[in-house]
Design a protein around this ligand. Structure first.
Ligand code: 26Y
Length: 822
């Protein structure tokens, strides 16, 4: 070989040292004395990437040569988090690199902290895609993740004067050592314009889409290596650019400004991630983003399929395409366009291939989060797809009209096109019509889908529906985030739990062992001290690691009810004010999460948390028994520090609103005990850990629905509960806001007169459940046992289990072990 094998692939400390120094010289152009921290970070990252490349090339080669079936995961978001530490763990070289860097006189943690994380997602849905990519590789499943290479990911959050302030996330500013730009791999994507219809020489009707604009998508690939296997899959993200052709056109016609403008319009498509989750904004650019990445991805898949010498009709044999919510659902119409317009298939043949290729995961029950597009707007961006959707809908409704005996309500609800003052496209219906499988993300969620939002679909096609409860990767969320707990666990039961999380069960045998309990709680204490330091550093607030860490971290949303939590804080504060010598379990309330920039109520909730914190934290009567912290800029890196330090995991969404939740799993896995409603995956977590190891409160989904039907009156709860009344009166009167009685008015009025998420109805039950939690926390031994049992019983919530279910029951795809040099 011409390659210096060892420096590129060797895993020994010596080889790694040599590789780092080599890269420092040949990649960064530096020598040790003048190298910056970033130079060292880059040198190490490239050393790691070299080791991935060997596995990556072998994986691709093997998939193609063996003509193996491939999973294609389509997601508008991937919330990856930092790569370096994760890759070290999955390659099994963390210790070696730690030593290599140490011998070079640098601290590994110092380099790890340098990495700017790719925040290409909003929250749960994007992070799920990242966990699934990790598990697909760990399970040696051939897979490609397709998405958008946003130049700016989720905004960075700062807190100024208690308010959220957004800053752009310029994550690429120092370069990205983990991606390889494949300039030669690019596709054209049409946008706007109109469609011409004509008959060709053979008498066949044809459509010719004359676009207003053509953009080019360039592939940027990131290797995703599996835990201690060779399998290294590809995450392929598309960057939008101007195609070469047109700036010459305008340039030649003398319109230089227009040429530059067009170039900017093209580049804008992959410029920025929309920071809204759960509420849509109907923006043209977002539809363009969705279509852009879907079209590039399908063209790419078809290319891969055909290059293997296969027939276009067999596309669905090569690929199983998973739609991560409706964001990529336009793929169904695009697939029809490609097959019918470009590959000349007959409609029925094209529809057969399409409906055997796609499967759809739903992530929400909130009506305001179900994607729809104004039909006119849609037609202005995708004129040909509008025609195709009309045709899909016409044929589909013809078929179902017979089945539902002309029931017009049902036909309306199933129609892909909605009628109202304006017509609109219902993306969930397009996804259901064009997919062979439909799944929810937790047992309760799937049941509610079948009985509410997708009821009519379930009646027609019960065999398409299944549940796939979410999971999270234990590599990032335990091994990487909590190395001390990992060693403690492995010291008792070995290391195989990292790949087979069900084996954590074996910890149950030590749940009553006083020595193990002590070691367990010692780790928790260490992690609380680490977090306390970070909190002091980021917020200036000093917190006591002996206090109960009550952790509520997730996007800020009314349905997630951060305001219910803060009402409880105020109630405890008032108890102390009333009786300053009150014996009370000291608590630290830790909040973190971003609010969508345009979501007024969510931003007001952040301000309220900080305002209450300012009063509570500085009131001498409190004597440090209560602390309220808003940890700014919640992201993957910060989550990795927060989860291991949590005592209580706050999962208090209104029952029936949180599809699954995944933070709940990560916290419980790290030994936090959940206080929660019977919502999403909480239900299954409680089943798994045992009801005695879970603090349950609140109305059930059924009771919530019933109460709303009967006409819910929040004001009566306010009048009946003294603590609640006092807390709300204080917020309203400006007690927490320097006597400003206007600032929280909208929030208070909303609670008193609307309360769409039943905060007031659940308040008393929440306070009572929190009292039980505090009582339980006093008994250190029994708390330790509960904590151990939470971790021990979280096996089900590994994303490996989820991915196995998808593979077996939906994708019908098998593992392909990858061999090096062979
Ligand atoms: C339509 C657009 C505005 C939009 C963008 C992002 C809509 C929704 C989203 C993100 C949704 C999301 O993150 N949903 C969460 O998915 C998780 C993974 O399944 C669930 O655990 C969680 O309950 C759900 O809220």
């Amino acid at each position: 070989e011409v390659l210096d094998e060892d420096a590129r692939t060797g895993l020994s400390v010596e080889a790694l040292k040599k590789a780092i120094l080599n890269n420092l010289f040949y990649v960064q152009g530096k020598y040790p004395e003048i190298a910056t921290r970033n130079d060292y970070y880059m040198s190490l990252a490239y050393a790691v990437r070299d080791r991935l490349l060997q596995r990556w090339v072998a994986s691709v080669k093997q998939y193609l040569e063996g003509r193996h079936r491939i999973v294609s995961y389509l997601s508008a978001e991937y919330l990856l988090g930092p790569h370096l530490a994760n890759n070290l763990i999955n390659l099994g070289i963390f210790k070696e690199v730690e030593q290599a860097t140490q011998e070079l006189g640098i601290n590994l943690q110092w380099l790890l902290d340098k990495e700017v994380e790719p925040g290409l997602g909003n929250g749960g849905l994007g992070r799920l895609a990242a966990c699934y990519m990790d598990s697909l590789a760990a399970l040696e499943v051939p897979a490609i993740g397709y998405g958008i290479r946003y130049q700016f990911g989720i905004f960075e959050q700062e807190i100024r004067d208690g308010w959220q302030v957004e800053d752009t996330d310029n994550w690429l500013r120092r370069g990205n050592p983990w991606e390889i730009a494949r300039r030669e791999l690019n596709y054209e994507v049409k946008l706007g314009g109109y469609v011409q219809h004509y008959m060709d020489r053979d008498g066949k009707f044809r459509s010719n889409w004359i676009p207003e604009l053509t953009v080019k998508g360039v592939a940027y690939d990131t290797p995703i290596v599996g835990y201690k296997v060779n399998t290294t899959n590809t995450l392929r993200l598309w960057k939008s650019e101007a195609p070469k052709s047109f700036d010459f056109q305008s340039f030649n016609s003398g319109d230089y400004n227009n040429a530059v403008n067009q170039k900017i319009i093209c580049e804008n498509i992959s410029k920025v991630l929309y920071p809204n989750d759960e509420t849509l904004s109907g923006k043209i650019l977002r539809l363009q983003q969705q279509y852009f990445f879907v079209s590039c991805s399908l063209q790419d898949m078809i290319g891969i399929h055909l290059r293997q010498g296969e027939k276009i009709e067999d596309f669905n044999v090569t690929f199983a395409v998973q739609l991560n919510d409706t964001h990529p659902a336009i793929a169904i119409a695009e697939m029809m366009r490609l097959l019918v317009d470009e590959y000349d298939l007959e409609w029925v043949d094209a529809w057969r291939v399409t409906t055997r290729s796609f499967a759809y995961t739903n992530h929400t029950l909130l009506p305001e989060a179900l994607e729809t597009w104004d039909l006119e707007l849609f037609g202005s961006v995708l004129p040909r797809h509008l025609e195709l959707i009309y045709e899909i809908n016409r044929r589909f409704l013809d078929e179902v009209t017979i089945k539902v005996y002309g029931n017009h309500n049902k036909i309306n609800s199933l129609s892909i096109i909605g009628e109202g003052p304006r017509k609109y496209i219902k993306m969930a219906n397009l996804a259901c019509a064009g997919s062979f499988a439909i799944n929810g993300v937790a047992a309760l969620h799937t049941e509610l889908l079948k009985s509410t939002v997708l009821k009519d679909w379930y009646a027609l096609y019960p065999e398409k529906f299944s549940n796939k409860t979410n999971g999270v990767t234990p590599r990032r969320w335990l091994v990487l985030s909590n190395p001390k707990l990992t060693s403690l666990i492995s010291g008792k039961i070995g290391e195989s739990w990292i790949k087979h999380l069900e084996e954590l069960k074996r910890l149950e045998a030590f749940a009553d062992d006083p020595e193990f309990q002590k070691a367990w709680m010692d780790v928790k204490y260490e992690m609380k001290k680490t977090l306390a330091k970070k909190i002091l550093n980021r917020t200036g607030i000093k917190v006591n690691p002996d206090s109960l860490f009550d952790v509520h971290v997730k996007r800020i949303h009314e349905y997630k009810r951060q305001h219910l939590n803060i009402l409880h804080v105020i109630a405890l504060y008032n108890r102390i004010k009333k009786n300053p010598s009150l014996e009370i379990v000291p608590r630290t309330f830790i909040f973190a999460g971003k609010a969508a920039p345009g979501y007024r109520m969510a931003k007001l909730i952040i301000k309220l948390i900080n305002s209450v914190g300012e009063i509570v934290n500085n009131d001498p009567d409190v004597m440090d028994r209560l602390k309220v912290v808003f940890f700014p800029n919640y992201n993957v890196s910060n989550a990795q520090v927060i989860y291991p330090a949590a005592d209580l995991s706050v999962q208090i969404s209104t029952a029936g609103k949180e599809a699954s939740g995944t933070g709940n799993m990560k916290l419980s896995m790290n030994g936090a005990i959940t206080i929660g409603t019977l919502d999403g995956a909480n239900v299954e977590i409680r089943e798994a850990v045992g009801e005695e190891n879970f603090f349950l409160f609140g109305l059930t989904a059924e009771e919530v629905a019933k109460k709303k039907n009967e006409g819910y009156n929040p004001y009566s709860y306010y009048l009946e509960n003294e603590e609640l009344k006092l807390a709300i009166d204080q917020i309203a009167s400006g007690y927490f806001s320097h006597l400003d009685d206007k600032i929280f008015k909208d929030l208070v009025d909303n609670l008193l007169y609307h309360d769409p998420f039943l905060v007031l109805a659940d308040f008393a039950s929440y306070v009572a459940s929190q009292e039980q939690a505090a009582e339980a926390f006093k008994d250190k031994k029994s708390w330790a046992k509960m904590s151990i049992l939470n971790t021990a019983r979280m096996g089900k919530f590994s994303s490996d289990r989820s991915i196995r279910e998808y593979c077996d029951e939906i994708w019908k795809v098998k593992s392909v072990p990858v061999h090096l040099n062979g």
